[in-house]
Design a protein around this ligand. Sequence first.
Ligand SMILES: Nc1ncnc2c1ncn2[C@@H]1O[C@H](COP(=O)(O)OP(=O)(O)O)[C@@H](O)[C@H]1O
Ligand SMILES: CC(C)(COP(=O)(O)O)[C@@H](O)C(=O)NCCC(=O)O
Ligand SMILES: [K+]
Length: 256
Amino acid sequence: MSDRMLLCLDCGNTRLKWGTYDPARRCWLAQGALLLTEIGRLPAEVRASPGYSTPAGIVGCIVANHEARAAIELGADALGAPLRWNESQAAQCGVTNGYEEPAQLGADRWAALIGARHLQPQAPCLVVTAGTATTIDRLDADGSFRGGLILPGVDLMRTALAHHTARLPLAQGDFQELPCNTRAAIASGCLQATAGAIERMFRPIAADPAAICLLSGGAAGHFAGLLDIPLRHVENLVLEGLAQIAVAVAVTDSTA
Ligand SMILES: Nc1ncnc2c1ncn2[C@@H]1O[C@H](COP(=O)(O)OP(=O)(O)O)[C@@H](O)[C@H]1O
Ligand SMILES: CC(C)(COP(=O)(O)O)[C@@H](O)C(=O)NCCC(=O)O
Ligand SMILES: [K+]
């Protein structure tokens, strides 16, 4: 396998997250994020990052629209490295996919499950990514993805209330146990809905002392403190999975 750097790209519905990965030392050189409106800056950002050299390859996952996809493909051309979009599959990197139609599972959820499998190989995991949407996915200790939930992300919940009611503002309130004003009631309701769904999904695995919830995504910090379950925060679990996929792909390509 080439020891050259690999670039991983996770394009969600709000932001493009990127990371440069050193496969020889198995560590990140740099990570960053751009709003979808800033995708054109990707080549410049990545080139300016610590330890940059032309990547041997780029592995990405995308759940955003065609415009974002086309812009990223242009960026990959500018960086002079081949780009491979990873899709959800029936099995990959030690994870098997329990979805009725494996390809229907969001490619970001799939990569996050692979990241979880790598970081907690022996444990039953609840894999939570809190972004535009919040996803709550169950991964058993043998690597089987058993199914999961899609909720509006915490910001989307607040936005939906503001857009579809006459009297509710776009609230930025703090969390309160028993809110006594509208802003705190909205903010706390959205956070409790999310935390409650996570804790409910954790219940079936809670008896296993190794069971853990892996929490990632840009909105994770809003409710992490509310969760009363074993928790590990991972800065970007999707990128962790993409790095494992990129290494596996590079091995396959070099032996083909
Ligand atoms: N600087 C920021 N810009 C945009 N969203 C942010 C920022 N900081 C935190 N967030 C939160 O992160 C969420 C986006 O997280 P992210 O994991 O990038 O989502 P996605 O994968 O859907 O693009 C937003 O909905 C918001 O709650
Ligand atoms: C659920 C999602 C919208 C999450 O997207 P994100 O919050 O990361 O932008 C995305 O994973 C998706 O479009 N999934 C396809 C449907 C599915 O997973 O069943
Ligand atoms: K998500």
